[in-house]
Design a protein around this ligand. Structure first.
Ligand SMILES: Nc1ncnc2c1ncn2[C@@H]1O[C@H](COP(=O)(O)OP(=O)(O)OP(=O)(O)O)[C@@H](O)[C@H]1O
Ligand SMILES: CC(=O)N[C@H]1[C@@H]2OC[C@@H](O2)[C@@H](O)[C@@H]1O[C@H](C)C(=O)O
Length: 402
């Protein structure tokens, strides 16, 4: 028998596993590396975050990813080369972290590698006549991660979700449900990354039937792109200061909200393929705001992100003043966005996931560690029963180092 399969069986039977979760998000700010200790599985999962680091991408890495990112016409050669290159880069970043944490690869059981989404294509978004299906593409080949790091690696998590009838995202509900369900509190786990999404967890503890997650629209992606275009040298609007100095332009906001994504049924997913410069340009043309100053533009885009969340929340479960909202992702650091969310979700209790013991910036990387733990030691996770596009599956392809 292949010794790596024997090892995998041992890992599955251990009372706990050390798993490194890796996430490279749509903001292209860097690789999140979360060293997790996971005990048990399913409803009995217990997670301890032992170490966390974000290894920033330099301009060269960002430039390479942007050659294909969200593009409809890209060099097939470039795409082919980028796939293993990113796998090796991510493995080297893991090895650097292990060195800093004074650990060896043999001290880790598994890597759970999300890779880099370069194109997300739910059917409602691409509507290509030849392909009536949902699709998504993550780069950073898992075999390269495994061979370079010497650690058994699970990767390409989204394909199983697609194959079983989902949109390949958001997967957050699977981890949020296992780690953060509460019998005492109705919760909204709100991730404010490039794209915003939330998981709704009713006050039912471990009854998964009504838990689900959905994307809500742009989080930071349009804000970042706008700042970068008008203030080269700035990566984002730090602490939302520029947005806070502006005023919401109602005409532009209306044009932005006019997109069918916002009225589409839940759950739904999206990406920068839709919420990119062209979407903004069209809305500006439609509302005659092409010369709007940067501050007002950012104030309006911040309002859009908050309204996307609030509208989806109301669509999902109506007005819920007692709801506890726990934010994570980079937008949790943006006071202008937080203020807009509080206005649109009045009466809710607002905090970050730190209050629940989950480092907000680490949450998505942790999610993939949880998914790998389920794939190896658990069962298909059945949540959101009765809702379409939320399949009960285990996710992740297994790569052996030798
Ligand atoms: N202090 C801050 N003030 C304002 N915005 C901030 C701050 N810190 C981070 N951000 C925002 O958060 C972004 C990074 O967010 P995050 O790392 O959650 O994105 P991501 O994981 O790439 O996204 P996704 O979840 O969509 O894949 C930055 O690009 C910026 O827009
Ligand atoms: C296709 C893809 O990479 N989607 C990401 C992205 O970033 C936020 C949002 O859009 C979410 O749908 C998803 O990631 C998280 C981790 C998820 O699947 O829950």
């Amino acid at each position: 028998m292949n010794p790596y399969l024997v090892r995998l069986l041992q890992i599955a039977q251990q009372p706990s596993r050390r798993i490194i979760g890796l996430m490279s998000g749509t903001s292209l700010d860097g690789l999140d590396v979360a060293l997790c200790r996971l005990e048990g599985h399913g409803a009995d999962t217990r997670l301890t975050l032992e170490q966390f680091a974000t290894i920033p991408y330099d301009d060269d890495v960002r430039h390479r990813i942007r050659q294909v990112f969200a593009g409809t016409q890209v060099s097939l050669e470039y795409l082919t080369l980028l796939n293993p290159w990113l796998g090796l880069l991510h493995a080297d970043m893991v090895l650097t972290c292990l060195g800093a944490w004074q650990l060896k690869p043999a001290d880790v059981d598994l890597i759970a590698s999300h890779g880099q989404t370069v194109y997300h294509a739910p059917h409602h978004q691409h509507q290509h006549p030849d392909f009536p299906l949902n699709a998504t593409l993550q780069l950073g080949d898992g075999d390269h991660v495994a061979v370079r790091s010497g650690i058994i690696t699970l990767s390409d998590f989204r394909q199983k979700h697609l194959a079983a009838g989902g949109e390949g995202a958001p997967l957050a509900a699977y981890g949020d449900y296992l780690l953060l369900s509460s019998p005492d509190e109705e919760r909204l786990l709100l991730n404010l990354g490039g794209i915003a999404n939330f998981t709704y967890l009713p006050r039912t503890g471990h009854d998964a039937s009504t838990a689900f997650s959905t994307d809500t629209g742009p989080g930071n992606t349009l804000l970042d792109a706008t700042v970068r275009a008008q203030r080269p040298g700035l990566a984002y609007d730090e602490d939302g200061r520029l947005a806070a100095a502006g005023h919401v332009h109602e005409g532009l906001l209306k044009a932005l909200l006019d997109h069918p994504f916002f009225s589409a049924p839940l759950p739904k997913t999206t990406g920068p393929e839709l919420f990119g410069p062209e979407y903004l340009r069209q809305a500006q043309t439609q509302s005659n705001t092409s010369t709007l100053n940067l501050e007002d533009l950012l104030a309006t885009l911040t309002e859009l992100s908050a309204l996307g969340v609030a509208q989806a929340a109301k669509q999902a479960f109506g007005a819920r003043p007692a709801l506890a909202v726990y934010a994570s992702g980079g937008g949790a650091h943006n006071p202008a966005l937080q203020a807009a969310l509080r206005r649109h979700l009045p009466g809710c209790h607002f905090a970050t996931t730190a209050e629940l013991g989950i480092v907000p910036d680490a949450k998505e990387a942790i999610l993939f560690a949880v998914l790998a733990n389920e794939a190896v030691a658990g069962q298909p996770i059945s949540i959101g029963a009765g809702r379409q596009r939320v399949p009960a599956v285990t996710m992740g392809k297994i790569s052996l180092p030798g």
